[in-house]
Design a protein around this ligand. Structure first.
Ligand code: AMP
Length: 145
């Protein structure tokens, strides 16, 4: 889907936000839901999904985007505390040609280790027990604003 299309309320992340599909939750509040990516590009790959029902960042209201990016920072700091990576990539894709595959706006927080190549986007499914353990460690490291 290019940047020019309609929001589909039955996309996977909309279903996760409504609780119709499970996720390995890291954090939630009135603005965002954060959970582990089940096809991680690196161990600890975490998603932050704004609740606002739009396809991409260009469509977000300023207030929702501001609230979301502050939470992305807070959760990235918790990833840093919990997993001690050498670096952290934060990405957000707008439109299929840009790499977006799920058309509800979201941010990726991807820990990077020195010398370890980034996995394929949408590669193999992770072990759920490992994801739950990572999510618990990240959640425990989230600082209050
Ligand atoms: P994007 O390509 O930016 O749209 O990213 C979508 C991300 O969602 C990819 O990294 C997928 O691995 C991830 N993903 C797809 N389905 C699920 C799911 N059910 N739960 C968690 N992450 C998912």
């Amino acid at each position: 889907m290019s940047l020019h299309g309609q929001y589909d309320p039955d996309n996977i992340f909309a279903k996760i936000l409504r609780g119709e599909i499970p996720c390995v939750k890291v954090y939630e509040d009135e603005h965002v839901l954060s959970f582990m990516d089940i096809y991680p590009q690196a161990p600890g790959h975490t998603l932050v999904v704004p609740r606002e029902p739009v396809r991409n960042a260009l469509e977000m209201t300023d207030g929702a985007l501001q609230a979301a990016i502050v939470r992305v920072k807070r959760i990235a700091k918790a990833v840093n505390t919990a997993l001690k990576p050498d670096g952290i990539v934060i990405t957000q894709f707008n439109g299929a040609p840009a790499g977006q595959t799920i058309f509800h706006v979201h941010f990726h927080i991807i820990p990077r280790m020195d010398g370890e190549a980034l996995g394929r986007h949408g590669g193999g499914e992770a072990d759920m027990d490992v994801l739950k353990e990572q999510a618990a460690r990240i959640a425990a490291a989230i600082e209050n604003p």
